[in-house]
Design a protein around this ligand. Structure first.
Ligand SMILES: Nc1ncnc2c1ncn2[C@@H]1O[C@H](COP(=O)(O)OP(=O)(O)OP(=O)(O)O)[C@@H](O)[C@H]1O
Length: 228
């Protein structure tokens, strides 16, 4: 059990009073890469939001990176988010700052007091995503693919136990999507655990990983390369 970073049992996923997914059972172990597939509106984002504490888990049980989702309090959420890295479809970078400052903002907010250590960590993660030479650029000067690389670098800053990526290629063209997917694959091979929601059949076929699907209010494991 100590191997699992995420474990849901009979978890009901709600948006306000609407039951979106019922009785979700899911276990993700250290080193896994799972795709989460399903049609628009099927509940992928709702599940992700529950996992990072944006929606409350009201019924069933759930633990993620050592946190009990049922007992999660508002004050726990920043601590939970230090142990998971989140990557969004629309990048969610701060557009009034450059790349370095976007990353330093997160480190300062998560208790990194030493400037040299912050600098070294930022260099390290930017190198991992191939963006170290562009540290001074404002985010609006970057292409979508470059912005997503920076967002992935940001997700890596606190050495997360789990990366949640919600449609990370959803705003990218097919070629750039493949590049970003190569990057996520490399990160996985370096030992990270990843849950990635996607619609992108091109990626599912090219990069084979275990796959779970949401459909008609339920979540279940399907064959690799299953159709969305
Ligand atoms: N803030 C909200 N309040 C109430 N209902 C919502 C809210 N957000 C989403 N829903 C509903 O919850 C259901 C699941 O939506 P969700 O965004 O989780 O689906 P999804 O699979 O991520 O879709 P997409 O691929 O389009 O992002 C939908 O029926 C949607 O209308």
């Amino acid at each position: 059990m100590e191997n699992s970073v995420l474990h849901l049992e009979n978890a009901d996923i709600y948006q306000r009073d609407n039951l979106v997914l019922s009785k979700v059972n899911l276990k993700i172990d250290t080193g896994d890469f799972y795709y989460l597939i399903g049609k628009t509106g099927s509940g992928k984002s709702s599940l992700m939001k529950t996992l990072y504490g944006d929606l409350r888990l009201q019924r069933g049980t759930g633990t993620i990176v050592g946190f009990d989702l049922k007992k999660l309090k508002e004050k726990d959420i920043p601590f939970l988010r230090r142990k998971i890295g989140i990557v969004f479809q629309d990048f969610k970078l701060l557009n009034d700052r450059n790349v370095f400052d976007n990353l330093e903002f997160v480190l300062k907010a998560t208790g990194w007091k030493n400037k040299e250590e912050r600098k070294a960590k930022i260099n390290e993660v930017l190198e991992k995503v191939g963006m170290q030479k562009q540290y001074y650029k404002k985010t609006f000067e970057l292409s979508g693919g470059e912005q997503q690389r920076v967002a992935i670098a940001r997700a890596l800053l606190n050495d997360p136990e789990l990366i949640l990526a919600d449609e990370p290629t959803g705003n990218l063209d097919p070629k750039t999507s493949l590049e970003v997917m190569h990057l996520l694959n490399e990160i996985h091979k370096s030992g990270k655990t990843i849950l990635m929601a996607t619609h992108d059949y091109q990626l599912i076929v090219k990069f084979k990983h275990k796959t779970i699907k949401v459909e008609a209010g339920e979540l279940f494991e399907v064959a690799q390369q299953a159709k969305v």
